[in-house]
Design a protein around this ligand. Structure first.
Ligand SMILES: NC(=O)c1ccc[n+]([C@@H]2O[C@H](COP(=O)([O-])OP(=O)(O)OC[C@H]3O[C@@H](n4cnc5c(N)ncnc54)[C@H](O)[C@@H]3O)[C@@H](O)[C@H]2O)c1
Length: 250
């Protein structure tokens, strides 16, 4: 049974893999036997993480389709195939919607939704040519519910888009060997949530609204990705795996 979770001989790319949830995913895939490439817009943190964990780094900005193509091409050139693509890079912007600057709306969409599409496209065309592959997109519970008390309409909308993009691509590609799934984490202790967790009001609401009464560690999210990346999930496609400490039950 544990053989189902092995990634021996497979090449994996993780966007936003330099830190946080992405870094934990890098470790899980590496430990399962994959050759892992961290793809991040920040070369300093990306290279340092790659060095720390004995994996490889490739620079890439998910908002730029040419940069995304180059990063995926690098993986195929180096490893001969791209078997697992974890499209995880993301940003958040908290601002009341009635005053939201269109440039901030666009920036959030560019990274969180356009970026996921460009990465799926780059992964999909190569995996369809190989006849196999697993794509995992990082959605969020914010794609299912609207968070409070902090305003973040662009983020929530982009994440709902990621979940539906995932289903749309699963419908197109699963008959040709390429599975496409997403994960939807709840609150996780990373740089993204640092500001919110240090705000007494936000922290209280976040924890009160989570049945488990705490935020997750990044390493509690990564095994869900390993499941979706590996043959253990061979009949899953178009699935959104929610890992949220129960947040969405209330
Ligand atoms: N932290 C949470 O509570 C939480 C909850 C649900 C979903 N998520 C999602 O999980 C993913 C990872 O979040 P995190 O909390 O680890 O965030 P983080 O801020 O710790 O890490 C994000 C990483 O993405 C990289 N990145 C940002 N823009 C990029 C770009 N244009 N191209 C390539 N890389 C880029 C950053 O350099 C960074 O390494 C995001 O998609 C986020 O929306 C986070």
């Amino acid at each position: 049974m544990t053989d189902l979770f092995t990634l021996n001989g497979r090449n994996a790319i993780v966007t936003g893999g330099a830190q946080g949830i992405g870094e934990a995913i890098v470790l899980a895939l590496r430990d399962a036997g994959a050759r892992v490439f961290i793809c991040d817009v920040n070369p300093d943190t990306g290279r340092a993480a790659a060095e720390r964990h004995g994996v490889e780094f490739v620079a890439g900005d998910v908002t730029d389709p040419d940069s995304v193509e180059a990063a995926f091409e690098h993986v195929v050139d180096a490893g001969g195939s791209v078997d697992v693509a974890v499209n995880n890079a993301g940003i958040v912007h908290n601002h009341p919607s009635e005053e939201l600057d269109p440039a901030d709306w666009r920036r959030v969409m560019a990274v969180n939704l356009d970026g996921v599409f460009y990465c799926c496209r780059a992964a999909g065309k190569r995996m369809l040519a190989q006849g196999s592959g697993s794509i995992i997109n990082t959605g969020s519970m914010s794609g299912h519910i609207a968070n409070h008390p902090q305003p973040q309409s662009a983020y929530n909308t982009a994440k709902a888009g990621v979940i539906h993009l995932t289903k749309s691509l699963a419908g197109e590609w699963s008959g040709r060997g390429v599975r496409v799934n997403s994960i939807s984490p709840g609150y996780v202790g990373t740089d993204m949530t640092k500001r919110g967790l240090s705000n007494e009001e936000w922290r209280r609401v976040w924890l009160d609204d989570t049945p488990m009464g705490r935020v997750a560690e990044p390493r509690e999210i990564a095994p869900a990705v390993l499941f979706l990346a590996s043959d253990a999930s061979s009949y899953c496609t178009g699935t959104d795996l929610v890992v949220d400490g129960g947040y969405t039950v209330w």
